[in-house]
Design a protein around this ligand. Structure first.
Ligand code: FAD
Length: 165
């Protein structure tokens, strides 16, 4: 289980607020474990969030280190953030950064079924652009599509403190 958020007042539990963070972030950092060594890649993503299950869709080349790792060890940890703006204070410890973020653990799979790949890429483009695109078998054959399924994730928001610029 993902450990609970220490600063509880910053936790986001409202599903619509979580979706807003996922809609805005657009880049996910996916952490993997490669024979005991950590490996993290930034990626664009698409998502669905239904019945407390978050599915993240990634696309990329058909070869590479992350695909090799996921095939060996599908356990991943992910993080995405948005609304990142630094703010100032009168003393050093009042400086900070606003943010909204989601992180969690999931299981990754490299999709092989053509229809699942088309579905994943459609969701990917919807999240990235807000538009509906169509794909055919030929288009999906030249890319890999990774699906991460996560039931265990948390969201957190740090607004700008009152009275600071
Ligand atoms: C903002 C952003 C968005 C991206 N979106 C996508 C996406 O949607 N799809 C996609 O396929 N890729 C995306 N990338 C590139 C992605 O981070 C990886 O470089 C790429 O997916 C290849 O990963 P791999 O493990 O197969 O790399 P490989 O080419 O197999 O990696 C070999 C080695 O290259 C180095 N390396 C790999 N990636 C990076 C990197 N990003 N920066 C520095 N060194 C690196 C590492 O040391 C790694 O061990 C994005 C990158 C950024 C910064």
């Amino acid at each position: 289980m993902v450990q609970g958020i220490t600063k509880r007042e910053r936790e986001v539990t409202d599903i619509n607020e979580i979706k807003e963070i996922l809609d805005k972030s657009l880049i996910v950092h996916v952490g993997m474990v490669d024979d005991g060594e950590p490996y993290v890649v930034p990626m664009n993503y698409g998502y669905t969030l239904e019945d407390s299950e978050l599915c993240i869709y990634l696309h990329g080349a058909t070869v590479g280190r992350k695909l090799d790792i996921i095939r060996k060890n599908p356990k991943v940890f992910f993080e995405m953030e948005c609304d990142v703006t630094p703010f100032e204070g009168k003393v050093a410890c009042q400086y900070g950064t606003t943010y909204a973020s989601v992180m969690g653990k999931g299981t990754a799979e490299v999709l092989e079924d053509v229809n699942e790949k088309i579905d994943g890429l459609t969701k990917f483009m919807k999240t990235q652009t807000g538009k509906d695109f169509t794909f055919d078998e030929k288009m999906v054959s030249i890319v890999s599509v990774i699906k991460i399924t996560a039931k265990d994730f948390t969201a957190k928001k740090r607004p700008k403190p009152m009275g600071l610029k």
